[in-house]
Design a protein around this ligand. Structure first.
Ligand code: FDA
Ligand code: NAP
Length: 438
C-alpha cells in the first residue's frame, strides 16, 4: 500500500452529476475570490458515465434543461446547459426545437462538456473502498481528518490513501432485484441493459420479458419491440397498466428548493403527505409519450392481426430459474390469486433502485454517525451528517437523504442549489477553524 502523501479539504466519492455540480460550485466560489478549497474526486468508472446502460435512442430527460448543474444557483454560470449549447453552436437550433426536455444523449454530452473543465480534479478507475480513522484512533481527542482508501481499478493498479478534512459522498442509486431473484447470463437488471443487450445474438431471441411499470421498463419494452422485430415482448407488471408520471405544475413544486425546507422542517405527517400524495411523480410511473408509443404499437399489431406485445398485468415475478436457452419464470397474478409460468430467452428486471446508503463505505466512521429512532442517519439541513462531538470531519451526502430532505434527493432537480449549500457549509467551517487558530 502506498504512503498517503495527499491531503485535501474536500474529497468527493463518485463523480456523477451531483459531485460534478459540486466541483462547479467550488470553482465558482474560488472565482468570487473566496478562500480556495482543495478538492479531489474519485470515480470508479473509466470515464464520466451517466446511466450509460440506459442511454436508449430518443429517450428524453425527465426534467427541464434549466435544472442543469448550475443554473438554479447561478444563472450566469459558464457551466450551464445554455452555455453548453452556445459553446457547441446549437443554441438557435435548440430554441427552434421548442422542447424543455433534451434527449438523455444530449444531456450526457453536456455533462461530458462540463466535466472537461475539471479533469485535473477527478481520478477515474478509482473506487473508494473504505474510510479509516487517522493513526492513533480510536483514542482520546478530536478527529480532524480521515484517510480515504482508493483502489485503482486499472490493470496492476494499487491502493492509494488520501487524507480528507471533508467527505462528500455521492455514489448514486443501488439497483434493486426482487427478493430471491439473482441476476445471471440472461437475467438482468435495467441498470446493465444496453451492455448486456449488445452481446446478445438477436436472431435467436424469440421471447423477451421486461418486468416493472416504471419509466425504465416502458423505455426498454419499446426499445426491444422496435429493435428485435421478430420477438414477442412480455411486459410483466403489478398494476393494471402503465400509469403516468405526474409532472403537472403544482405537483412539480415538490422538487423546488423551497420544498426541501418544507420537508426538512415539517412534521412526520408533513413528510408522510409528500410521499403519500406525490409518489406518482417519480416511482413506478412512466412518461405520457412512451406510454402512448407502446399503446400505438399494440394497436397497430391488432390492425395487422398479429400480437407481439403482451401485457401480463396484475402480476409479479416470483421465481426465475436459468435454463440453457434463457430463463423459466413463475408469476403470481392478483387477478385470481393464481400462479402461471413462462419461458423466455432473456428477462430484464426494471424493478427500480434503493437509495444510497453510505454505512458500509463509512467503515470506521460509522459508529461516530448518529441515527434517529428508526436507525436512519441523522442529517443537518446543509446535508452534513450529525456526528459525535469528537468527529470534526464534515461528511456530506448528495443522495440518500429522502428521509430528511425529500423526494428530490436522488434526482437532478436540486443539485445546483444543494451543491452550493454544501460548498458554502464547507467554506464557512474552514473559515471558522482558521479564525479559531488566530
Ligand atoms: P450517479 O449515480 O449519477 O453517480 C454516482 C457515481 O458514483 C457513479 O458514476 C458511480 O460510478 C460512482 N461511484 C459509486 N460508488 C463509488 C465508489 N465507491 N468509489 C468511486 N465512485 C463510485 N433524475 C432526474 O432528475 N431527471 C432525469 O431525467 C433522470 N433520469 C434518469 C435516468 C435513469 C436511467 C436513471 C436510473 C435515473 C435517472 N434519474 C433522473 C435519477 C438519477 O439518480 C440522477 O439523474 C443522477 O444520476 C443523480 O446523480 P448522482 O451523481 O447522485 O448519482
Ligand atoms: P421504479 O420507478 O422504481 O419502478 C420499478 C417498477 O418495478 C415498479 O412498477 C414496481 O412495482 C415494479 N416491480 C418491482 N418488483 C416487481 C416484481 N417482482 N414483479 C413485477 N414488477 C415489479 O424504477 P425505474 O423505472 O427504474 O425508475 C427509477 C428512476 O429512474 C426514476 O426516478 C425514473 O424517473 C428514472 N428514470 C428516468 C429515465 C429518463 O430520464 N428517461 C429513464 C428511466 C428511469 P411496485 O412499485 O408495485 O413494486
Amino acid at each position: 500500500m502506498e504512503a498517503h502523501t495527499e491531503a485535501y479539504e474536500v474529497v468527493g466519492i463518485g463523480f456523477g452529476p451531483a459531485n460534478l455540480s459540486l466541483a462547479i460550485a467550488l470553482e465558482e466560489q474560488r472565482g468570487k475570490g473566496e478562500n480556495p478549497l482543495t478538492a479531489a474526486f474519485f470515480e470508479k468508472q473509466p470515464s464520466l458515465g451517466w446511466h450509460r446502460n440506459m442511454l436508449l435512442p430518443d429517450t428524453k430527460m425527465q426534467i427541464s434543461f434549466l435544472k442543469d448543474l448550475a443554473t438554479f444557483r447561478n444563472p450566469a454560470s459558464q457551466w450551464s446547459f445554455i452555455a453548453y449549447l452556445h459553446a457547441v453552436g446549437r443554441l438557435a437550433q435548440f430554441v427552434n426545437n421548442q422542447d424543455f426536455f433534451p434527449t438523455r444523449n444530449e444531456f450526457h454530452d453536456y455533462l461530458e462538456w462540463a466535466e472537461s473543465s475539471f479533469s485535473d480534479r477527478v481520478t477515474y478507475n478509482s473506487e473508494v473502498s473504505a474510510v479509516h480513522l487517522p493513526d492513533g484512533h480510536p483514542g482520546d481527542g478530536a478527529i480532524d481528518t480521515v484517510r480515504v482508501e482508493v483502489q485503482d481499478n486499472a490493470p496492476r493498479g494499487g491502493t492509494r490513501l488520501v487524507e480528507a478534512r471533508n467527505l462528500v459522498i455521492s455514489t448514486g442509486l443501488v439497483p434493486k432485484m426482487p427478493t430471491g431473484i439473482d441476476r445471471g447470463e440472461r437475467v438482468w437488471h435495467s441498470s446493465e441493459f444496453l451492455g448486456r443487450f449488445h452481446t446478445l445474438d438477436k436472431s435467436r431471441i424469440r421471447r423477451f420479458a421486461v418486468v416493472g411499470a416504471g419509466q425504465s421498463a416502458a423505455e426498454i419494452t419499446r426499445f426491444v419491440y422496435d429493435t428485435v422485430p421478430h420477438a414477442e415482448v412480455y411486459a410483466i407488471m403489478p398494476s393494471y397498466g402503465y400509469s403516468i408520471a405526474d409532472d403537472t405544475p403544482y405537483a412539480n413544486r415538490i422538487f423546488d428548493a423551497d420544498a426541501v425546507d418544507d420537508y426538512y422542517g415539517g412534521t412526520d405527517r408533513t413528510r408522510d403527505a409528500f410521499w403519500r400524495y406525490h409518489r406518482n411523480t417519480n416511482y413506478g410511473v412512466a412518461d405520457d409519450e412512451v406510454i402512448r408509443d407502446l399503446y400505438q404499437r399494440a394497436y397497430d399489431d391488432e390492425v395487422a392481426r398479429i400480437k407481439r406485445l403482451h401485457l401480463l398485468n396484475l402480476s409479479r415475478v416470483r421465481t426465475v430459474a436459468p435454463t440453457p436457452e434463457g430463463a423459466h419464470l413463475t408469476m403470481h397474478s392478483v387477478r385470481d390469486d393464481s400462479a402461471y409460468a413462462l419461458d423466455v430467452d432473456a428477462i430484464v428486471f426494471a424493478t427500480g433502485y434503493d437509495s444510497m446508503d453510505p454505512t458500509t463505505l463509512l467503515g470506521d466512521l460509522a459508529p461516530y454517525c448518529l441515527r434517529d429512532d428508526e436507525g436512519r442517519l441523522r442529517v443537518e439541513r446543509d446535508y452534513r451528517l450529525v456526528t459525535t462531538p469528537d468527529l470534526n470531519v464534515g461528511i456530506y451526502l448528495q443522495g440518500g437523504t429522502e428521509h430528511t430532505h425529500g423526494l428530490a434527493s436522488s434526482l437532478l432537480s436540486n443539485i445546483a442549489i444543494r451543491s452550493g449549500e454544501i460548498a458554502d457549509a464547507i467554506a464557512i467551517d474552514l473559515a471558522s477553524r482558521q479564525h479559531a487558530k488566530v
